[in-house]
Every structure is written in C-alpha cells, then in structure tokens.
Design a protein around this ligand. Structure first.
Ligand SMILES: Nc1ncnc2c1ncn2[C@@H]1O[C@H](COP(=O)(O)OP(=O)(O)OP(=O)(O)O)[C@@H](O)[C@H]1O
Length: 471
C-alpha cells in the first residue's frame, strides 16, 4: 500500500549565526519548545558542507555575517535545496532587505531581537511546508516510477498493459480512502477482480461482500441488502441479516449497478449519504460503515439522460471512477492470459499444458473478444478440453480467423541481430547474460508481478524466484 510519511515527524533545524551567545539562546528556545534536533553553526563557510551531511526541515539564517553572509548563502541554498524553507534573521529592518530576501527565495524574514512567539510560529509554518513538499516528492516519485508499493494485491490480475498498471497505482492511492468507487468497463474485463483489489488495498479488516443487483426487484434488493425482521412480510418466518450487515468493516461490492431500479436507487442513496438503513419491517435505524464499490458495463451518461439512473446517486458512487479497458485495447495481454488459462485448465483436466502455435497466437491477438477475458477463458477451456495433439492451433478455436498480417518470425538470425545484441550488452552476450536481461525485462513489463512475469516467460514462479535469486 502506498504510504506517504507524514504527521508526527521529528524536525531538525540548522541555525546559522556568527554570534555564539545568540546561537545558544535560540537553540535553548527551540529545545525547550520540543524542537530537539538543532544544529548551531557559527562558521557560515561550513553551511553547505553541513547541508550535504544532514537532513533539515528548516534553516534560520543570519543575514549579516563576515566572509559568507546570508545574502551570499541564500541563493545557493535555494538553488541546491529548494525544499528546505529558509527563515532570514536580521537586525536590519528595512524594506529593501526584506524584498531582497523574499526575491531570493527566503520563506520568511524575522527581525532581531527575536520575538520567540513569532519565531516559533514561523518555524511551524516552515515545517508544514517542508512536510508537504516531502509528501509531494514521495507521491511524484511513486506515480512516475514503474513500481507498485504492494504488488501482491494484484497477483490475480495478469497484465503487461500500461493503462492497467496506471489503474493499479490509482487503486493503491485511493484504496485506503474508503470512499465509494465506481468501476466501469465492458462485460468480462475484470471489474470484480479490480473491486477485490480495492478491498485488499483498503486495509479494511471486514469481508468483501459481492451482490449482483441485476434482475432484483425493489423488494428483493431491499431484503437482500438490508435484511428483514421476522414477520416483515408474508413468508418472512425467520429474521434475515442483510448483506450490508455482513459487509460491516469491509466492502460491499454492488455489481451491475446500472440495472438497479429507481426505487432501489433512492434507498442506496440514503445509505451512501447517511450510512444508515432500516431492515424490512423494523423501525430501528441501523448503522453501516461498509465501503461501497460498484461496477457496471452501462453508459451512465445515457442512463442519466434517459431518466433511468439518478444523477445524485451517480455523483455519490463515482467519488473515484475507474474505467477498465477492454481486452482488444490491451491485446498484449492476450498471450499472457491464454498461456495462464491453458495451463490452469490443463491442470484441472490432468493434462500436460499445451503449446500454442504461432499462427494461433497471432490470430488471437487480432480477435476482438467482445466478451473480453470471460470469453477468452471459455474459448481456451473448450480448446484445451478437446485438444489431443498437445499444441493448440486455429482449429481448436472455431470462429477465429487467421491473422491478417503474415507471421512475424520472432527472430531472424543474421548479423544485424548480432550488432543489436552487442549494442545492448557492449559485448557478445553469454546465455546467462541474455537470460538475466529477459527476466529483468519480463519483471519490468508486468510491474514486478512475479506470477505474471513467470507466465510471460513460460516458467513456473518457483523457477523464476530461483533464477532471480541467482541473478
Ligand atoms: N487480468 C486478468 N487476469 C486474469 N484473469 C482475469 C483478468 N481479468 C479478468 N479475469 C478473469 O475473467 C473473468 C471475468 O472477470 P470479472 O468477473 O472480474 O469481470 P467483470 O468485468 O466483473 O464481468 P461482468 O461485467 O460480466 O460482471 C473472471 O474469471 C476473472 O477471474
């Protein structure tokens, strides 16, 4: 999970002044106000060295000093350490100096003799800025980097697609907020898997409770979600606990939310707004802290326009919205998924995992997969079940046409290739060099998800771990 360090951080302050008594006084003032990490610097020529050695949340810098003055140091500090707020201290109380300091990038300016209240308030503001800057930096590094903070959350979602990886990053960021999330995307793209990943990223200790609301009339929806009291309606002989109670402290996943009846939408809106509900037949208000994640393959703009979906409910649900791309928009995932599922299905049938012919591989990449990954799994299932030869070919996938482009033969061995290899390795590589490169590239391509990397490489995860360990 993404963790931006903040809060009760210890702050360290550098005080630079050529007056030893003054330095001592300020240090005592800070220490007695719980700022214990203070570095007094009497010789201003050592400031840059000290900055290289330590980490500081703020600098108190005297303006007038012999040899290297505050005016000399300020531009250098601002240029090299723009994230450290610098507070200028000076006896010179004229507007020109103030303007000069601020123009050079000082955070604040205080006059001597120091007013302790003013100094402490300025320092606390500087700490806030320094914390924000450091959080921003961490977030930026995290979002720009290609590594996930908690890749294990996504092990079930095989992908080497960059949009999917960006979605993983968003999940790591918004997962712990506990706000509602609306997941959209065509049928079978993996919306439920994404919902489960959001639950894992939330840190919630309660359960993940899925409910498919398609086809539920208002009574069925209300009864299933909120439960009922004994005798609430004819046939309600026993009390029923609704799913919302089961999802307490966890996540309620409402699938096919675009198909929810308008009457039920009002009830769901109330739950999202008030976090309260009534069981059928009961006038006792119950509380719910379940996080709501909803999914749909419907077009909400159209539904709202046609009066079939309430705008206020949509706005509540899509506090965060994730759109999952269709499989044809990430066709690079197709070979990975075909390999994974053909192996899985072969295992359940006690068969040897089949090979996949190049012709089939190319044809599958071009096929549209209107039913997305669910369709892919079903097609692979049939193919593996009936295949006898040990190699899946186009013949095992009725309805799939050969690829329009001629097979791209993976590697054409000629001297060009040798030169390409040498450009990568600067020498002719050994098999071990090439293996290490391929493994590194595969792990990078799937963003550190070792299960997916093993799939991509056509080896088992333990083998990958062994090779990584040896690398
Ligand atoms: N990236 C993936 N890697 C491996 N399996 C996947 C991936 N995405 C989806 N699947 C599998 O595909 C099937 C369909 O996924 P899922 O039910 O999450 O789709 P969905 O978008 O919720 O479908 P629907 O819109 O019909 O509810 C499931 O068996 C799921 O495990």
């Amino acid at each position: 999970m993404l963790e931006v360090k903040s809060g009760q951080k210890k702050h360290s302050v550098m005080i630079v002044d050529d007056d030893a008594d003054f330095l001592d006084k300020v240090r005592l003032l800070l220490v007695s106000n719980d700022i214990r990490d203070v570095l007094p610097v009497g010789d201003s020529t050592t400031v840059l060295d000290e900055l290289q050695r330590g980490v500081f949340s703020a600098i108190l810098l005297d303006w007038v000093m012999p040899i290297k003055s505050g005016a000399d140091l300020l531009p250098l500090i601002v240029q090299r350490y723009p994230h450290i707020p610098v507070i200028i201290m000076t006896a010179v109380n004229d507007i020109d100096t103030v303007v000069d300091c601020i123009k050079e990038g000082a955070f604040d300016y205080i006059t001597k003799p120091l007013d302790s209240g003013r100094l402490l308030s300025s320092l606390h503001k500087a700490f806030q800025l320094s914390e924000l800057t450091s959080q921003n930096r961490q977030l930026k590094e995290y979002l720009l980097s290609d590594t996930l903070a908690a890749p294990h959350i996504f092990t079930d979602i095989l992908t080497c697609n960059s949009r999917m990886r960006a979605i993983f990053k968003i999940i790591e960021t918004v997962g712990p907020t506990h706000h509602p999330v609306l997941i959209t995307g065509e049928t079978g793209v993996g919306k439920e898997l994404i919902a489960r990943a959001i639950h894992k990223a939330s840190g919630l200790t309660g359960e993940f409770i899925p409910l498919n609301v398609a086809g539920l009339d208002d009574l069925m929806f209300t009864d299933t979600l909120f439960g009922h009291k004994r005798g609430a309606f004819t046939g309600a002989n026993e009390p029923r606990e609704g799913l919302i109670a089961k999802a307490q402290g966890g996540t309620l996943f409402l699938d096919e939310i675009g198909d929810l009846s308008l009457e039920s939408q009002v009830k769901l809106l109330r739950l999202l707004q008030e976090h309260e509900y009534y069981r059928l037949g009961s006038d006792v208000l119950a509380k719910s802290d379940a996080r709501v994640v909803a999914a749909s393959n419907r077009d909400f703009a159209e539904l709202i326009n046609d009066g079939k979906f309430r705008l206020d409910l949509y706005q509540r649900l899509c506090f965060h919205e994730l759109h999952i791309p269709s499989l044809r928009e990430r066709s690079e995932d197709i070979p990975l998924l075909v390999k994974h599922y053909s192996k899985e299905i072969a295992r359940t049938l006690n068969k040897v995992p089949p090979k996949i012919s190049l012709e089939l591989d190319l044809a599958l990449r071009e096929y549209e997969f209107p039913g997305n990954i669910r369709e892919l799994i079903s097609k692979v299932n049939k193919a593996v079940t009936f295949n006898q030869s040990g190699t899946l070919t186009l013949g095992d996938f009725p309805g799939i046409l050969p690829a329009s482009s001629p097979p791209r033969h993976a590697v054409r061995v000629n001297y060009d290739k040798v030169f390409t290899l040498q450009a990568v390795f600067e020498h002719f590589p050994s098999l071990e060099d090439v293996e290490r490169l391929i493994i590194e590239e595969a792990v990078k391509a799937v963003g550190g998800n070792k299960t997916a990397a093993a799939e991509l490489l056509g080896i088992t995860r333990p083998t990958l771990n062994k090779r990584l360990g040896a690398g």
